[in-house]
Write a protein that binds this ligand. Structure first.
Ligand SMILES: [Zn+2]
Length: 295
């Protein structure tokens, strides 16, 4: 069953874009795939939810978006990729660690991530992908991505992400919202949003009371006009295949590939995103080498 989705809406006469996502099943699928402990699961869940929301800004079908976080905390790093249809895949470098709660009694994501940086990579079919880079200002992920939008894309952005975990370690609920102000936005709208969003319960509280994305959207705009543009399903989905893994082997080059063949007579590749493993035996490696020589 998948009831994860993202609403895209325009509000305040088209001057504000609002995206709201429900991502509980996606994050639970990631937890099961990677057998993640609660703290890394919350960190990856927030990042995946952010990628799902941000993927709605991609324009063409083949566009992809990657969020990479590198830090000196125990999680070491987070990688999440989304395609334009909001199929999300991701992993953390260290999925198996416990970390003390912070002084508010919450998962200490800032501590688990540590100091480091965040990259947003957008492959939108140009010769080179667009790569944005910011230092982490908080490590809690939502603030860091909002800071990326303010500094790299000059777009004022509000991002709220929440992942709650059951006592058995499974995902209770996950979701978030993402608000972008267009250049035409009025001062009046800005001050309304600041005040209104400040008075809303936290995203985690809203999710915990089973409020739907439609209801969250209405809470954000208050009495003002809005228009839902679309509702996109989102899910945890990897796109790996034997062909992709073959290309990875080929990209090692002839020398390294023939060394692998001579020393190990096989190669086993495991996908970081879904843990599928692909075995290439001696004969497969010979075929790959033969084709490499023909090119
Ligand atoms: Zn995979």
């Amino acid at each position: 069953m998948n009831d994860d989705y993202i609403l895209s809406a325009l509000a305040f006469n088209g001057t504000v874009r609002i995206y709201v996502a429900a991502t509980t099943n996606m994050v639970e699928a990631a937890r099961l795939t990677h057998e993640m402990f609660p703290t890394p699961c919350v960190a990856l869940g927030r990042t995946m939810t952010a990628a799902a929301l941000m993927s709605r800004t991609l324009k063409s079908e083949t566009d992809t978006l990657t969020i990479q976080i590198k830090g000196d905390g125990p999680i070491r790093g987070i990688v999440v990729v989304s395609d334009s249809k909001s199929n999300i895949r991701g992993y953390v470098h260290n999925p198996h660690f416990n970390f003390p709660l912070n002084d508010k009694g919450k998962f200490d994501i800032a501590g688990a991530v540590g100091h480091g940086y965040l990259n947003v990579i957008k492959d939108i079919g140009l010769k080179e992908p667009y790569i944005g880079y910011v230092e982490l200002i908080s490590g809690e992920i939502a603030e860091d991505i909002a800071y990326y939008y303010a500094s790299s894309e000059q777009t004022p952005t509000v991002l709220a992400l929440g992942v709650l975990i059951n006592s058995d370690g499974s995902v209770l609920t996950s979701g978030g919202y993402f608000i972008q102000l267009m250049p035409e936005v009025t001062e009046e709208t800005i001050s309304f949003l600041e005040k209104n969003i400040g008075s809303l319960p936290s995203i985690s509280q809203m999710l915990n009371s089973s409020i739907t994305p439609e209801e969250i959207l209405k809470l954000i705009v208050g009495e003002h006009d809005f228009q839902i543009l679309n509702k996109q399903d989102t899910q945890y989905k990897c796109n790996c295949s034997r062909e992709r893994m073959e290309r990875n082997l080929i990209s090692l080059g002839e020398k390294e590939l023939s060394e692998i063949q001579q020393e190990q007579h096989q190669a086993e590749l495991t996908c970081h995103f879904c843990n599928s493993s692909y075995m290439f035996n001696d004969e497969d490696l010979s075929t790959l080498l033969k084709n490499l020589n023909k090119r």
